[in-house]
Design a binder for this molecule. Structure first.
Ligand code: PLP
Length: 416
């Protein structure tokens, strides 16, 4: 297809878009005059589905009507409520229902997973992570290393792009695994790097790592609901994600975790809580912890139902659309954005996102500063600025249009 940088062409793409009606399923933020903003920030906080309110209202009214009895008598009983999300989450990450669970927040889940999957000893104590990983992930792995009595200076390997490049090369990851593999306990990467938008080759990395006896986990904060995932098939050991970015489930909403089924019956150490205990006799309140033999066995607490209700609402949209159709449109949208950006002079911007990408495109503005970004914001674009000079743009296939991308491009061009 020959793209064109005209509004007519973008409008035509919107007309041909089979998912275009889904935009109307979302509340689009507006400026003070009531005009819709160009919202390209779904990588940070996804928009609110209109149907979310009804899902929350249901639980509020059942709480009003039933009190504690709602655990059993609510229309959607709260006792097993988290199980209502298993199918939706399993489709998002490509897992069996038993391999996923909605619980806690992302960083908490990352720690809980590392309790089980980071078991360092003198000969094998290293963790591999991207050098430009999300700070919370760096804090988490550092503190785990220290918790076990090791020193991040020796025990944390940070994957870097080569000088002059922005993406991490697959062969460089392979080389580290081959050279230092015997000392590496865990590889923990952002499946989609939050800064560059680079998508890693989950399957190859996992295979190479397993050959060396290394466990592999992924942080899917920027991957869940963005790219097609097959965690079970790829044999990934564990993964964690949040639900408020591409999964549109509301600020700080409950996160998710994946534990591959091969680990469900193992006697990996874990931090335990009553909600991870065998459901048959949980309420007999036994002293001995008997974990559920699924990802649910990693739960600690009874979950916040209002937050889970928002996730259910959102997952129902993903279920209607399906990841295949979503990814198909996502690719067209982000490819169109790249096409438009490539018409801008290369001394002004540099696209740092490699071709292995989801919907996010990271644009480095040369000689640019936060002021330039503020000007874009003033013109009605909601995007995201990362110091020192990167604008992250996420055209989200569920609610963004080709014309959003086009309008952003015109605004960017005008301020450069
Ligand atoms: C958004 C994000 C987080 C946020 O962590 P919370 O525990 O949800 O606050 C962590 N890691 C990555 C990679 C992220 O993109």
């Amino acid at each position: 297809m020959n793209n064109k940088n005209t509004l007519e062409f973008a409008t035509q793409l919107d007309k041909e878009d089979q998912l275009s009606s889904y935009r109307n399923e979302f509340h689009i933020p507006r400026d003070e005059e009531g005009n819709e903003l160009i919202y390209l920030c779904g990588n940070s906080l996804g928009l609110q589905p209109k149907r979310t309110k009804a899902y929350l209202d249901q639980e509020l009214s059942d709480w009003a009507r039933w009190g504690v009895e709602g655990h059993f008598h609510a229309k959607n009983p709260w006792m097993p409520y988290h199980e209502f999300l298993s199918e939706g989450y399993s489709k998002i990450v490509g897992a069996k229902k038993s391999e996923v669970v909605a619980m806690n927040s992302l960083t908490v889940n990352l720690h809980l997973m590392m309790v089980s999957f980071y078991r360092p000893h003198a000969k094998r104590h290293k963790i591999v992570i991207e050098a430009d990983a999300f700070p919370s992930d760096i804090y988490a792995v550092n503190s785990q290393i220290i918790h076990h009595g090791y020193d991040p200076t020796n025990s944390l390997i940070k994957l870097k792009a080569r000088a002059g490049e922005t993406a991490i090369r697959a062969e460089d990851i392979a080389q580290i695994i081959s050279e230092e593999g015997d000392e590496i306990a865990l590889i923990m990467l952002g499946g989609v790097n939050y800064y560059t938008g680079q998508v890693f080759d989950f399957e190859t990395i996992t295979n190479l790592a397993h050959q060396k006896g290394i466990l592999v986990g992924f942080d899917l904060a920027h991957a869940a609901g963005n790219i097609k995932l097959e965690l079970h098939k790829w044999n990934v050991d564990f993964a964690v994600w949040c639900s408020y970015k591409y999964l549109n489930s509301g600020p700080g909403s409950v996160a998710g975790a994946f534990v591959h089924e091969k680990h469900h019956k193992s006697n990996l150490p874990r931090f335990a809580g009553w909600w991870g205990h065998n459901k048959e006799n949980r309420f007999k309140m036994p002293d001995d912890f008997d974990p559920i033999t699924s990802a649910e066995g990693w739960q600690l607490s009874n979950p916040p139902i209002l937050s889970l209700a928002a996730i259910r609402a959102s997952l129902s949209i993903f279920d209607e659309v399906g990841m295949d159709r979503l990814v198909e449109k996502s690719k067209k949208l982000s490819d169109y954005l790249i096409f438009l950006l490539q018409t801008i002079q290369t001394d002004k911007i540099n696209i740092i996102t490699p071709k292995e990408k989801g919907c996010q495109i990271s644009i480095q503005v040369k000689n640019g500063n936060k002021k330039l970004f503020d000007n874009i914001t003033k013109k009605g674009v909601i995007a995201d600025w990362r110091e020192p000079d990167v604008i992250r743009i996420a055209p989200v296939p569920l609610y963004n249009r080709f014309t959003d991308v086009y309008k952003f491009y015109k605004i960017l061009e005008s301020v450069l």
